[in-house]
Design a protein around this ligand. Structure first.
Ligand code: PAF
Length: 288
């Protein structure tokens, strides 16, 4: 007897997706959506498992969204690994893989986009022009296409999750946004589809992001409250990797993302660093 879990049902059109979702609703199932750009890893799998653990009919979208890449970024070389992705989705028992073409998502004449003010402007927004406009627009479209009860995102993209929460609240989108913990490699590197770009040597150096966050966590545990002191120590750790280029080290309120000067409550520490042409991000909540 074949005991392999079945591949998820692959649909490529909004119409077919809506048929699947409607059938699940007729079976009284709630819907979970995990939006991804493919090149799936354990981080994505943890989101699918979180949705399945709730008993949700789980839709995983796989779409490398061109509008969130700036000119000169890695849109063309972004890893596309559909067969391996489907095998992973089958292992975590996703129900549907929604794999639309760019034309299916952005119909001819597409002219509408979503801009999330303030939250989307700083950090990633500063270094990746129009990035969050592309993210917010495609996520709103995916939410409208799949009409899920719950949508799952990873904490690694903390600012993205904050932007999406804001958008959903501001535009009265009837969905719950759930943010799941970052999944890490054994040496602490946050899992990311972009880690495959790193050479083995750079992959080793990339651990400085997590090391800098761990140091900040430790310093806060030992009583340090000055954000500038923490940022300076984090900078030193990151720059111990010979070619590391820091885009930002941020210490901020975890809800508003406003920078803080003192660590008087839970505080977001977030970093973006380029190592060997690969831009990596990570974050941790520091609790005094
Ligand atoms: O986090 C990602 O993979 C993407 O930004 C998302 C949310 C799937 C939108 O394209």
């Amino acid at each position: 007897m074949n005991t392999e879990p079945a591949l998820p049902n692959v649909v490529t059109t909004v119409e077919a997706l809506r048929r699947e979702v409607a059938a699940a609703r007729r079976r009284q199932q709630r819907i979970g959506l995990v939006p991804t750009m493919g090149a799936l890893h354990e981080g994505h799998a943890s989101l699918v498992r979180a949705s399945k653990a709730q008993g949700h009919f789980t839709v995983v979208s796989i779409f490398v969204n061109p509008t969130q890449f700036a000119p000169g970024e890695d849109l063309d070389r972004y890893p596309r690994t559909l067969d391996a992705d489907l095998a992973k989705l089958s292992a975590c028992r996703a129900d549907v893989a929604f794999v639309p073409s760019a034309d299916e998502v952005y119909k001819p004449g597409h002219a509408t986009s979503v801009d999330v003010d303030r939250l989307g402007r700083r950090w990633e927004g500063e270094h990746r022009p129009n990035h969050f406009r592309g993210v917010a627009t495609v996520v709103l479209k995916l939410l409208n296409m799949a009409a899920p009860d719950v949508a799952y995102f990873g904490q690694k993209d903390y600012q993205q999750a904050a932007v999406i929460r804001r958008m959903v609240a501001d535009l009265d989108v009837p969905v719950e946004i759930r943010v799941c913990p970052t999944v890490r490699e054994p040496d602490g590197l946050a899992m990311s589809s972009r880690n495959v770009y790193l050479s083995p040597a750079a992959r080793g150096r990339a651990t400085v992001l997590w090391k800098s966050l761990c140091l900040a966590r430790e310093m806060v545990a030992q009583g340090e409250r000055d954000a500038a002191v923490l940022a300076e120590q984090m900078r030193e750790v990151i720059l111990s990797a010979e070619d590391a280029r820091i885009d930002y080290i941020a210490l901020a309120d975890p809800d508003t993302l406003e920078p803080v000067e003192r660590i008087d409550g839970p505080t977001l520490a977030a970093v973006a660093v380029t190592i060997e042409n690969t831009r990596l991000i990570d974050n941790e909540i520091l609790v005094p």
